[in-house]
Design a protein around this ligand. Sequence first.
Ligand SMILES: [Fe+2]
Length: 566
Amino acid sequence: MLSFRPTIGQYGWHDPSAVIFEDGPAVFGVEQERHTRKKHAPETLPIEAIQECLDFCEISLEDVDHLVFPHKPSLQWKIASYIYRWAFSADSIPEKLYWANDRTMDLIISKFFSTVEVERKLRDHFEDPIPPIREYSHHKCHAASAFHPSGFSEALVLTIDARGEYDSTVVWRGDESGLKRIKTFEVPNSLGFFFGAVTEFLGYHANNGEGKVMGLAPYGEHNDRIYEKITGAIETGPDYDVTPLVGGSIDESVGRLEELFEREKRREPSEFTQWEKDLAYTAQEILEEIVVTLTEHHCRKVGTGNVALAGGVALNCKMNKRVMESSLVDEVFMQPVANDAGLALGGGLVGQDPDDVPAMKDVYLGPEFSNDTVEEILETNKLSYREPDDLEATVAGKIADGELIGWFQGRMEMGPRALGNRSILADPRTAESRDRVNKFVKHREEWRPFAPSMTEEGAEEYLVDANSAPFMIKTFDVVPGKADEIEAVIHPADDTTRPQTVRPDQNERYHRLIAEFEEITGVPVVLNTSFNDHAEPIVRTPQEAIKDFFGMGLDTLVINDYILEK
Ligand SMILES: [Fe+2]
């Protein structure tokens, strides 16, 4: 079975990806952005991602028993009245007519011909007959991506994002029989729209800058006036309603925030005022309050303390921390590919028995490159390199000496986080090290925090209520007195950290590297940030890694067994 998210026609517009399943498990998966080199690869059929899946299995398209599209466009009809209300809100009669006509065509195509454009484009690339297509709803695919690999036999499942076909947040109950929809929040009552509007108001782009607003939040503080203005306009709690603040388009939503605060949005993000930092704090605070009360309300109703999360809003790891801290919540699983790229993963799980799906222990689903291939690339590029016997100890020594390392190993990660196979590594121990990464490598806002990778056995020493956190999607408080030891990977404003814990069975070489760093320094932690230049997707190939090595201020590049030095 081949599941892919086409972002053309009726199927959404960002984060296309493809995942192939062989007799059950996902065996290969990749985001299309890693091929196009444009972040989120908007409005793209993921042809290269599909081809890579087929190549991995050494099959052609006709060998696939069926295709899954993780989106069901016909469900848009459920919000037809909202769609027309939006079309008729245009300024002039010609515009109203234009949009009403456009939306009518859209709805008809979504109902009767949703697959036509994708099939036509597939035929442009593949000579094979196209396998039968199954469509599953957007939120069901998010829900399956969260519940099926969670390891829970029963759980409350929350899928929270900007929008699916007609729904923006869905509450599910998951058990051995599958997923049952309990409550639906329909578009435009969307927490993704709400946080996206604040993101745009602060000068970032929605669907891209939300993580930065979350990172900015701890620099602000609770501001009564902002809090009262927002909560005076919307309903919070388990039956939240944010529609008074979010409209049909992002511009409309930003306009409502401008009216509410009687000030204009920022044109671009730069030095934020204290008021803007307080806005980030307060928006984050309100998001957390809503999601925690929603979770607690339904934990009581369903009678479980197991919670599984997915959807773009579930990438908000500060919010996830609050969910984890609820006294009604025992265990939480967050799907690491919680954004829409993970729909292809969930799409392939929808039809599977949850009991047959193993608990997810890593996300190394992407391509790898053999030593022979790497050597050939290095030779062709006339690059000098060496192959030390004690690679991990050598690299650990370099990190301890303050070098910035490009670390390229094995199979690429799926999802937005680099987890030790396409990573940039640095010394976690000092603020100067963090500044070096910013100055020479990442070229991003100085106030943004970096995250650590640590051995799972070493985590307890640093994390309050430490538990396994292999995906950098959970935030923890740091054990008092320990923050100074790993200053570069602590959020400077609130002393929290968003770690990746590593076990040998998840990533043997990476675990060994961190253990070697501990041998030298006594600290079982490294700074880990994704291997990409500013605003570029994570590197996929050795060639891209080499290009970034010379285009950025890295000191050393490690590809598989080989080391390149400047
Ligand atoms: Fe989504």
